[in-house]
Design a protein around this ligand. Structure first.
Ligand SMILES: Cc1ncc(C[n+]2csc(CCOP(=O)(O)OP(=O)(O)O)c2C)c(N)n1
Ligand SMILES: [Mg+2]
Length: 284
């Protein structure tokens, strides 16, 4: 990938973060922390890695994306809108009754959503089933799942981890968004699952550890997934909760943000300035 292409991806991630703010302008509240920590990973998947066609969201051999930590959905809505799955005006309906983009993703309401999530701990099992199905159908499709680190406390994840390794499901890739925080405090105080990569490795997974807010490292990790590993891959992505919201980074109070006009203006200005920098570099 050229430097310009890399900068274009960073611009895209910034534009996606701005889309999140647009939704929060409409609703005045929402889960920004986990959406912003996972935004670089989700951008790399939607704009660099996954085989998909927004005009044919049901294309048989599409790669699948499952957002196991469904409360992070603002990051997926932003990427889907940016990729052209639905008109951006729909972003302004966030928080309204009958919106296609509810507080947790709904596959019956929005094209591009593959599974209903929100109750933590189910996405890895769902993604494993999809990956097995795609392998049987020989479509060549990969299945990508994004999980939270607090979510790992759900025991069902570890049944799925064992089964995925046992069945050598090499077309399954799980990102663990390791931002160190969950709803009410530090993950290590609530339910410590470190070393996360060590646990997946012990189950038989191929594992990597990266800075999940560094686009170069996310892209490199995606490029280095072995094609014939006979193993699923877990990418433990060290991130900062609310990354990109300067006054909220690493602060559990921004797991769910009740916005104020003043702070919203500041957040928007800062991200717009960053986007402008990237835009200039891309156009230079
Ligand atoms: C089964 C279940 N229990 C509790 C919750 C409430 N809940 C919503 S978000 C959250 C914290 C998740 O933390 P983490 O997985 O680290 O995601 P992050 O917020 O950091 O993105 C919890 C406990 C839930 N959605 N599902
Ligand atoms: Mg977390």
């Amino acid at each position: 990938m050229t430097e310009k292409e890399m900068t274009r991806l960073k611009l895209q991630a910034t534009q996606c973060r701005l889309n999140v703010l647009r939704m929060l302008r409409a609703s005045h509240h929402g889960h920004i922390g986990g959406a912003f920590s996972a935004m670089d990973i989700v951008t790399a998947l939607y704009f660099y890695k996954m085989r998909l066609d927004p005009k044919r969201p049901d294309m048989e051999n599409r790669d699948r994306f499952v957002l196991s930590a469904g409360h992070k959905c603002l990051c997926q809505y932003s990427a889907l809108a940016e990729r052209g799955y639905f008109p951006k005006e729909i972003l302004d309906t966030y928080g309204s009754l009958d919106s296609k983009i509810p507080g947790h993703p709904d596959m019956h309401k929005l094209p591009g959503i593959e599974a209903n999530t929100g109750a933590l701990g189910h996405g890895l099992s769902i993604a494993l089933g999809m990956a097995l199905g795609q392998r049987l159908s020989r479509t060549g499709a990969n299945v990508y799942v994004v999980m939270g680190d607090g979510e790992l406390a759900e025991g069902s994840n570890w049944e799925a981890a064992a089964a995925a390794a046992h069945h050598k499901v090499e077309n399954l890739v799980a990102f663990i968004d390791f931002n160190g925080l969950q709803i009410s405090g530090r993950v290590q105080d609530v339910m410590d699952f470190t070393p996360i990569a060590g646990h997946f490795k012990a189950f038989g997974w191929n594992t990597m550890e990266i800075n999940g807010n560094c686009m170069e490292e996310v892209v490199q990790a995606l490029d280095s997934i072995p094609a014939d590993a006979s193993r699923p891959t877990a990418i433990v992505a060290h991130t900062i909760k609310a990354k990109g919201l300067s006054f909220g980074e690493g602060d559990v109070a921004y797991h769910f943000w009740n916005t104020t006009d003043e702070l919203m203006d500041r957040a928007e200005q800062e991200l717009q300035a960053l986007a402008e920098q990237y835009r200039k570099a891309v156009e230079a």
